[in-house]
Design a protein around this ligand. Structure first.
Ligand code: PLP
Length: 479
């Protein structure tokens, strides 16, 4: 009577542990303090359900062949599943990683790593703090005032304001000043910055019409002059951060654009992108507009990011003429885009480094960009020696130091490729994809790149304190 497989399946399923049994297992008890009873209970139900589905399909696929199930083996299998479910949940949390890619402003890895001072400042502001409190009078203070004052001091602008990111900054500027009118932009500057930030779309969203002038490679002052009409509210200059047009190119100077705009009674707004607060020419970054120079040249408003070359937290910084900045501050959109105390804390500490003139040592982005190939080579030789000592003489992976290039990243300076040295690793039996995956799956994940069948490690983006850990992880992955 009946199907023997169905009968067997029913018998096995009766031996599955209950949720309560599973929660009593030693693995569940070990996970309980970290996960909490409620979440572990729902994961335990899921583990048992998955096991039930597997057993049913195993038995029906296997046909008549025997497999021994016992209460104990099923509890063991369910516990293992529960642990895997929890580890996979935990692994999907925000994790600290070692960036061995050599991409300094790595958007996927959180752009600019913060300075020690900025990290300390975040910790300090995390509880109650003087965000909107004036200690001198014991009454309400002005949110963001100290950061704004630092920005004013550093850029020479009359006023400053901070919003969530540079995209938000551009959006609020265009909404407040160009809505219902036209904004003039050169065809060479209608860029997409990545992550869906496209200048024409931002303009459309802000309620302004776009008036394109010039050509992709050449736009003259007269092109702007001819385009300015009754309805024109803003002339917008965009720094095409992530690409570079070379060859037969022309664009008017910002000073000439300012003179023209002011003569015609329209605003000149520059979206500077990366926000260079000091001359980055010595790092080879000659094309980044210096914010103070843009202000001196007559831009009414300049916006830039806090977490690109500036090296601070994610933020959009707006500097410019006082009456304009105050108009933005009063707009309801500003309230929706304003930043949190932790951002002010990190920015304040970052800006203080610039004013103390130790930014090149204390701000990680600048420090990493200033590293010379020779310094990196010394660090790399030392690392390779320690790595070889740890894996032993009999190990047969190919471990070589080769010349290479790092990347600025973050959509900045695509043509600048700082010279570096790379550790190139090839394992005798493991594929490079497999090795890369092993590094990525380590307790502290190491993010590396692959090129020509080898895994590459660039120490430019590995912080000095991370090297011991990196060696340990490499040894484990290679052995
Ligand atoms: C990066 C960039 C943006 C966007 O900045 P986020 O801070 O990422 O929002 C806008 N404009 C320019 C020119 C940029 O380079």
């Amino acid at each position: 009577m009946g199907n023997p497989q169905v009968a067997e399946s029913a018998a096995v399923l009766r031996m599955l542990p209950s949720t309560d049994d599973l929660l009593m297992s030693s693995i569940a008890q070990k996970l309980m303090p970290e996960a909490g009873r409620k979440r572990l209970t729902s994961l335990a139900r899921r583990a048992i359900e998955e096991l039930r589905a597997e057993i049913t399909s195993n038995i029906s696929e296997r046909g008549g062949r025997e497999e021994i199930y016992s209460k104990e083996s099923l509890l063991g299998a369910a516990s293992k599943k529960l642990e895997d479910l929890w580890l996979s949940h935990r692994g999907s949390r925000l994790r600290a990683v070692i960036n061995a890619t050599g991409v300094v402003i790595h958007t996927n890895l959180g752009r600019a790593p913060l300075s020690t001072d900025a990290i300390r400042a975040i910790q300090n502001a995390a509880g109650y703090c003087t965000l909107e409190y004036d200690l001198a009078t014991g009454s309400r203070g002005k949110r963001g005032e100290s950061v704004e004052n630092l920005l004013i001091e550093m850029t020479g602008a009359e006023a400053a304001l901070v919003v969530n990111n540079c995209a938000a900054a551009a959006f609020v500027v265009l909404t407040v000043f160009a809505k219902g009118g036209a904004a003039i932009v050169s065809r060479g500057e209608l860029v997409e910055i990545g992550g869906d930030f496209r200048i024409p779309d931002v303009l459309a969203q802000s309620g302004a019409t776009l008036k394109e002038v010039g050509t992709t490679n050449r736009t003259k002052l007269s092109d702007y002059e001819n385009a300015i009409g009754e309805n024109t509210k803003v002339v917008m200059r965009v720094h095409p951060s992530n690409y570079k047009i070379v060859g037969f190119t022309e664009k008017p100077s910002l000073a000439d654009l300012a003179e023209l705009s002011h003569r015609q009674g329209v605003l000149l707004y520059e979206d500077a992108g990366s926000g260079a607060l000091l001359d980055l020419g010595k790092f080879g970054l000659r094309d980044e507009p210096l914010v103070s120079r843009s202000i001196a040249d007559g831009a009414d408003i300049v916006t830039f990011s806090g977490d690109k070359l500036l090296g601070g937290s994610q933020a959009g910084i707006i500097v410019g003429r006082r009456n304009l900045i105050e108009q933005i501050r009063k707009h309801p959109l500003y309230r929706a885009l304003r930043v949190d105390k932790l951002i002010y804390a990190a920015l304040e500490a970052t800006l203080e480094s610039y004013l103390r003139e130790d930014a090149e040592e204390s701000i990680p982005v600048l420090r990493m960009l200033s590293l010379q190939k020779e310094e990196l080579e010394i660090r790399m030789r030392d690392l390779v020696k320690r790595l070889r000592d740890s894996i032993g003489k009999t190990h047969t992976s190919t471990i070589e130091i080769i010349p290479g290039e790092s990347v600025v990243g973050g959509g900045s300076a695509p043509a600048v490729r700082p010279e570096t040295v790379l550790l190139a690793i090839a394992h005798p039996t493991m594929s490079c994809d497999e090795l890369e995956m092993k590094l990525r799956s380590a307790e502290t994940p190491v993010i590396a790149r692959i090129e020509n069948g080898r895994v590459l490690i660039d120490l430019r983006t590995v912080q000095a304190g991370e090297e011991d850990r990196l060696i340990e992880i490499l040894v484990t992955a290679l052995s």
